[in-house]
Design a protein around this ligand. Structure first.
Ligand SMILES: NC(=O)c1ccc[n+]([C@@H]2O[C@H](COP(=O)([O-])OP(=O)(O)OC[C@H]3O[C@@H](n4cnc5c(N)ncnc54)[C@H](O)[C@@H]3O)[C@@H](O)[C@H]2O)c1
Ligand SMILES: [Zn+2]
Length: 435
């Protein structure tokens, strides 16, 4: 049986309106496309109070930003980038080109080719998300993307030094100090001063995520990576303080960050809820974390591990922290999530900042059909084929000719027939086009 000790408020109760976001984004993107730089500047002034001639940083500005970062911070950024680069390289190495002879004389293959240019959005409205620069820019470079444009909004009125440093060290070719819809719109659609990219990646707030969704088709996107979500799956092997810390840690992202405790221990559920109240008295970001918890927090008590598994897959939460006596069972059996954090020794924050896995992950149940950002998202897999013998060409041609007839494709049939005739086939079953 499943009991809800705390439920999230409904979308109506929260006064949320996805349709409103959709409409604003649609109108804004159309204006960016029509007006180019002028609209980008207008939005930047309106939302970020930043008016510049060009929103691209000069080499001198990049150097200035780097000089403002302390030695310690620089070391830490480099450590994180080393971990992320290393794991991304292992993942890249796991992707192999394929070439096989599937029948005598028939060679089929696929080749992995990086996207030529990408725009990496690095969120920075509420927090300067330095780590997002490693996750997108660095991973794109490991994939072999030639032109990487990185954009982040200004922080307290100017480019954030640590973000710019991280972008630069990660290998960004162009750095823009632009946020929100104006950043993703300008990168995808292009303006007088910004060349358009082939693909957009990176997380962001509801406007950014929706803009990427609307631009999809025009450009490629990585995935729907909206406001952060977290789920803690725990049994009585851990205590309420740890669960509460892990829930609030991610609830602080914004006012709309779902945090869900899934447990088979009613005692742990109650302990966690009271620990959350205690921590909200002392956590410096309690205002946002508390609002997220109030509106989006949930506590679900199940009787069995199977029920927990079913709920976990149903929620398909972005981050899933598993702290039970059978963590590997969840790893073996869960099918829908952004990323798993197994056991009490690790946690979502390690993944967010430094451990090496990518932190750009699917939200709003997108984990049902995609994993997070990784080097493979920047790589397109293209097939090719060739036939090396006359016999193979004639043989495939005879099958193809009949299958074209089945679909009434005369022109396709002739493509096959001409080869059957030239390469010594016996049978030209479908001569529709020649008649
Ligand atoms: N899914 C993931 O992998 C993942 C990872 C990290 C962060 N996130 C999420 O990224 C988000 C970051 O959000 P953020 O807002 O702090 O930064 P952001 O950079 O996404 O957005 C800031 C920009 O929003 C624009 N903006 C501000 N007010 C606006 C308004 N009223 N209408 C339209 N645009 C407006 C401004 O131009 C500003 O530059 C959070 O929701 C966080 O949870 C998700
Ligand atoms: Zn986080």
């Amino acid at each position: 049986m499943i009991r809800h000790l705390k439920t999230a408020k409904s979308a109506e109760e929260r006064g949320e309106d996805d349709a409103k976001v959709r409409a604003i984004v649609e109108e804004t993107l159309a204006e960016i496309e029509a007006q180019g730089d002028a609209k980008v500047r207008e939005l930047s002034v309106k939302f970020d109070q930043l008016d510049r001639e060009s929103y691209r940083l000069t080499q001198a500005e990049i150097e200035q930003a780097m000089s403002e970062v302390s030695e310690r911070d620089l070391e830490d950024i480099k450590f994180a980038q080393t971990q992320i680069r290393n794991f991304a390289q292992h993942q890249r190495d796991s992707m192999k080109d394929v070439e096989v002879e599937t029948m005598p004389g028939v060679i089929l293959g696929h080749k992995n080719i990086p996207v030529n240019s990408v725009g990496c959005y690095v969120p920075g409205g509420k927090f300067p998300m330095v780590a997002s620069a490693h996750m997108s820019v660095l991973t794109a470079k490991v994939a072999g993307v030639k032109r990487v444009v990185a954009a982040a909004p200004p922080y307290q009125g100017k480019p954030h030094p640590a973000i710019v440093t991280a972008m630069h060290l990660a290998g960004a070719d162009e750095i823009l100090v632009l946020g929100g819809m104006q950043a993703v719109g300008a990168m995808a659609l292009g303006t007088e001063t910004i060349d358009p990219v082939d693909m957009l990646v990176g997380p962001g707030n509801a406007f950014v995520a929706e803009a990427k969704r609307q631009l999809y088709g025009r450009v490629g996107i990585d995935l729907f990576a909206g406001p952060t979500e977290t789920m803690v799956i725990a049994d009585d092997t851990v205590d309420g303080e740890l669960c509460a810390t892990d829930l609030l840690g991610q609830a602080e992202h914004g006012y709309n960050s779902p945090a869900v405790l899934l447990t088979n221990s009613e005692q742990l559920a109650k302990d966690t809820m009271s620990e959350i109240e205690r921590l909200l008295e002392i956590l410096p970001t309690a205002e946002t974390a508390g609002k997220s918890w109030e509106d989006y927090g949930e506590v679900i008590v199940c009787d069995t591990y199977e029920e927990m598994l079913e709920q976990a897959d149903f929620y398909a939460s972005e981050h899933v922290q598993v702290m039970t006596d059978r963590d590997d069972w969840f790893l073996d059996n869960m099918t829908s999530y952004g990323a798993l954090f197994l056991g009490p020794r690790t946690n979502v924050s390690y993944g967010d900042k430094v451990i090496g896995t990518n932190h750009t992950l699917p939200t709003k149940k997108a984990g049902r059909y995609t994993g997070g950002l990784w080097v493979g998202k920047f790589i397109k897999t293209h097939t090719y084929q060739r036939i090396t013998t006359d016999e193979a060409s004639a043989l495939v041609g005879e099958y193809c000719s009949r299958l074209c007839a089945l679909e009434h494709f005369a022109g396709h049939g002739e493509q096959a027939n001409i080869r059957v005739r030239r390469y010594g086939g016996k049978d030209v079953p479908y001569a529709g086009a020649a008649e």
